[in-house]
Write a new protein. Structure first.
Length: 189
């Protein structure tokens, strides 16, 4: 159950950053399903406990930040851009997709609560079988990410450079990073 390190683009490319986060979402959601299979054959060994810890860390920290990035910054900017398009099929599809994926966030949060409780037990060395929500989580979260990319992120071309820069700054601030135009992001500064 080894984890491959993943690097992310900078906050100056907020859409690329969100897509890169989706790669991690896919990785850790699938890892939760693999962990269940691992527990059946090997039990809650050190590797399983580490995998559980890593999944917990990602979805407890990065997951909520990612949803905030979308709901507080990206989606409002895209809705405003769609409003400028008027009552067009593109604007209608974009606003409809945003509303639907926001509703999916609540469903995914509920699934996460079930998965989280199981992962905490695994992290403590228990080999309890996964609840039914784990398989649903492992499938639904990657599907959700794909939908956001195909139906929403593709419309980021409607945003101006200053809008994208603002979204990137807000993402940096949310993570405790300082971003000046001449400096790379510095954690804790």
């Amino acid at each position: 159950m080894t984890l491959m390190p993943m690097t992310l683009p900078g906050m100056d490319s907020p859409i690329e950053m969100l897509v890169a986060c989706h790669q991690k979402v896919r990785h850790f959601a699938r890892l939760s399903s693999k962990l269940d299979a691992h527990l059946e054959t090997t039990g809650a060994d050190g590797s399983a406990q580490e995998a559980a810890r890593n999944i917990l860390r990602y979805f407890d920290t990065a997951g909520p930040l990612h949803h905030q990035d979308e709901e507080e910054d990206l989606f409002p900017a895209l809705r405003a851009a769609a409003a400028l398009l008027g009552d067009t099929p593109t604007a209608q599809a974009l606003c409809g997709a945003i509303a639907e994926v926001q509703a999916e966030h609540a469903v995914l949060d509920t699934l996460w609560d079930e998965v989280r409780a199981w992962l905490e037990r695994v992290e403590q060395g228990h080999s309890n079988p996964a609840p039914s929500g784990v398989e649903i989580f492992a499938v639904q979260y990657p599907m959700h990410a794909g939908r956001e990319e195909a139906e929403i992120y593709i419309h980021a071309r409607l945003l101006t450079e200053p809008q994208l820069a603002r979204i990137g700054r807000r993402m940096s601030e949310r993570r405790g990073l300082r971003c000046d135009a001449s400096d790379p992001p510095v954690a804790g500064a």
